[in-house]
Design a protein around this ligand. Sequence first.
Ligand SMILES: Nc1ncnc2c1ncn2[C@@H]1O[C@H](COP(=O)(O)OP(=O)(O)OP(=O)(O)O)[C@@H](O)[C@H]1O
Ligand SMILES: [Mg+2]
Length: 248
Amino acid sequence: MQASILEVRGLSKRFGGLTAVSELAFEVREGEILGMIGPNGAGKSTTFNLIAGTYPASSGEIVFKEASILGLAPHQIARRGILRTFQHNRPFEGMPVIDNVLVGAHRLFTKNSHAEEAVRRSRAEELIEFVGLGGLAAADVGTLSFGQGRLLEIARALAGEPRLILFDEPAAGLAPAELDRLAEIIRGIAARGIAVLLIEHDMHFLLPLAHRVVVLNFGAKIADGLPDEIRRDPAVMDAYLGSHAAHS
Ligand SMILES: Nc1ncnc2c1ncn2[C@@H]1O[C@H](COP(=O)(O)OP(=O)(O)OP(=O)(O)O)[C@@H](O)[C@H]1O
Ligand SMILES: [Mg+2]
């Protein structure tokens, strides 16, 4: 079994009287795609915000590469190798695609030499190619489709050379053909040795892609296992059917 790169233990987050994440424990292993699913409001994005340092935890521990990252600022956590995409695209308007990717590489470069600039640009171009936006490096970011904007977010996160990448519902709003492409990209990221923690609503997208899956409901973990085990788990079915009933 691969060693774990991220360990979350007894993690809780309260917003006033609401417990958004409750005594959560799980691990992400080296090179693995770990899926995280759960109904609306289950605490998935909050978990990401705790790992990325956007919110302070109320209690618990988060260990990355055998060192605690609890209480570090988001930029410090990014420098240690955890990068994320958001639930909504966040392009830098009025800039070409390549400059949007270069923003993600910013933390890696301290000097501003011409040699470094050339390396930086060629790496950004490779990533643009890798996510399937080849030929669009010079295009204004405003000309991208929604799906292309999503791929740009991924390229920008990769530009920061993460060891662990957090994706918050990357499939949301994509067309079926784009979903296949996205799955291929996520597999390619894991194949590069980058661990992936993937939040996804859509079980049809997630289950064939993830190596293991953690299921949240009302902030707590209700299941943890292989995709086939999750598919058959009665507690998971109940959580999803219950949430569908509540929405209809
Ligand atoms: N900044 C905040 N202040 C107060 N409550 C919050 C805050 N962020 C999240 N919550 C609440 O915490 C709970 C978990 O929210 P979270 O966004 O983590 O859920 P989620 O699993 O990502 O849901 P979705 O599938 O809808 O994205 C929800 O009840 C939400 O309203
Ligand atoms: Mg969310």
